[in-house]
Ligand binder design. Structure first.
Ligand code: SDX
Length: 384
């Protein structure tokens, strides 16, 4: 057994230059601002496709025929019923809990009522991915109903995932435009290469742990404000600024203090995030339709200042900047913005986990030791 060299090439902070996996799902060109799902540009999918069709594309690496799509949609809708004990689990969650913490807890609990939870076969992981995907919207909407002391509403199997979510959340039939708007947001968030939460998911599944553990890990990772939590932080920033004429002084102040402006910058994109380009137009339209013009006007003013001040450093709006105004215009409460991101990204996490398992090796990077060597053990009575 040859001695393994522990000489490292230097710490790759944030793993910026490390390629940890291969995938056929998302292609990202950060220099040109390109995002494709299995080769199809994200703008075309946002305009013409649906969330369920995009999930099929990512998992099967091809667009479905209408028969294939119909049966995939039916499979998802049939899987949306929660195991009965889960309704009591939701009732046990403190109503003050942050929705992302509640979601992390609920998805973890889901595994306790899935008799296949420990089956790591390809077929079982596919079925579990469908179940988790179908049930996350039910959990998010009904946790919100629980914290507002409202009756639970079960999923409507005649509606799309977006439409059924709106109905469960609001108790009202969704309008076609609202359901389509939410569906488009889901399409724009479903996958994005090896982002932090997807990486966390494949690290977990690479030990041959189960799909529920991998998705639970990913939810906890997405929650952070540097990642999926940024959309909520953007909205809170807009609320703090309050008026368009306060934008300049607020942003200049934060930049002076070297504080980051949420919704800007990206590890990979050094030009506009193509999702932000799509969401910008979308949020402008939705804001106008719903009387939220001031939110868009403030966002537009922030964008202009940031482009002037830091645009030349490759710091531009990312997916979270205009999704904030979009979700607000759809009537969502701020602390449901990141759960919306999670609702969509479950498909990306599961897809990468299934890819990882198809050619797995446990993830185990190195750590450069910087502590002492051959140190003495000092008896406790002699320690200062
Ligand atoms: C998502 O990876 C993905 O694909 C994620 C995602 C997905 O779909 O899964 O796209 C979703 O998470 C989008 C990002 C959401 N997060 C935010 O909006 C939070 C604000 N953004 C930053 O924290 C930051 O831009 C990151 C976290 C997104 C990227 O961080 P990096 O690549 O580690 O960059 P960095 O922090 O090292 O910044 C480099 C420089 C620094 O300046 P210097 O110290 O070199 O002088 O750019 C500056 C930073 O201060 N900078 C910013 C800034 N982002 C970077 N300055 C002001 N405002 C910002 N938003």
């Amino acid at each position: 057994m040859t001695a393994v060299s522990t000489k490292v090439q230097g710490v790759d902070k944030g793993l910026e230059h490390t390629i940890a996996s291969e995938s056929e799902m998302s292609f990202i060109d950060g220099a040109k601002g390109i995002l494709e799902y299995v080769g199809i540009p994200i703008g075309d999918l946002a305009q013409y496709s649906s969330y369920e069709e995009v999930v099929y594309l990512l998992w099967n690496k091809k667009l479905p025929t209408s028969t294939e799509l119909d049966s995939f949609v039916k499979e998802i809708r049939d899987a949306s019923e929660l195991p009965e004990p889960m309704w009591d689990v939701i009732k046990q969650i403190p109503i003050e809990a942050a929705p992302m913490a509640a979601l992390r807890t609920m998805v973890s609990s889901l595994s306790l009522y899935d008799e296949e939870s420990e089956d790591d076969s390809v077929e079982s992981n596919h079925r579990k991915s469908i179940r988790i995907l179908a049930r996350v919207p039910v959990l998010i909407a009904n946790f919100d109903r629980h914290r507002k002391h409202r009756e639970f509403i079960r999923p409507d199997k005649h509606l799309s995932m977006a439409g059924s979510f709106i109905k469960m959340l609001t108790g009202k039939e969704p309008t076609e435009s609202m359901a389509k708007a939410l569906d488009t947001c889901l399409v724009l968030h479903v996958d994005h290469g090896l982002n932090a939460s997807t990486f966390a998911a494949i690290v977990t599944i690479s030990t041959l742990s189960d799909m529920y553990s991998a998705v639970t890990t990913a939810i906890g990772t997405l929650k952070g404000p540097l990642h999926g939590g940024a959309n909520e932080a953007v909205m809170r920033m807009l609320q703090e600024i309050g008026e368009v004429d306060q934008v300049q002084s607020f942003i200049e102040g934060k930049l002076e203090r070297k504080e980051k402006i949420m919704g800007f910058g990206h590890r990979v994109y050094k030009v506009w995030d193509p999702r932000a380009i799509y969401l910008r137009g979308f949020s402008e339209q939705l804001a106008a339709d719903t009387g939220n013009q001031k939110l868009f006007a403030m966002s537009d003013a922030i964008e202009k200042i940031m482009e002037q001040r830091v645009g030349d450093r490759g710091i531009h709006p990312n997916v979270d900047f205009y999704s904030a105004t979009t979700y607000r215009s759809l009537g969502l409460e701020i602390d449901l913005f990141t759960p919306m991101f999670a609702m969509s990204r479950v498909a990306g996490w599961a897809g990468h986990c299934m890819e990882q398992l198809s050619d797995n090796r446990i993830m185990r990077p190195r750590c450069a030791y910087t502590g002492p060597h051959e140190a003495p053990y000092t008896p406790i009575e002699n320690r200062g």
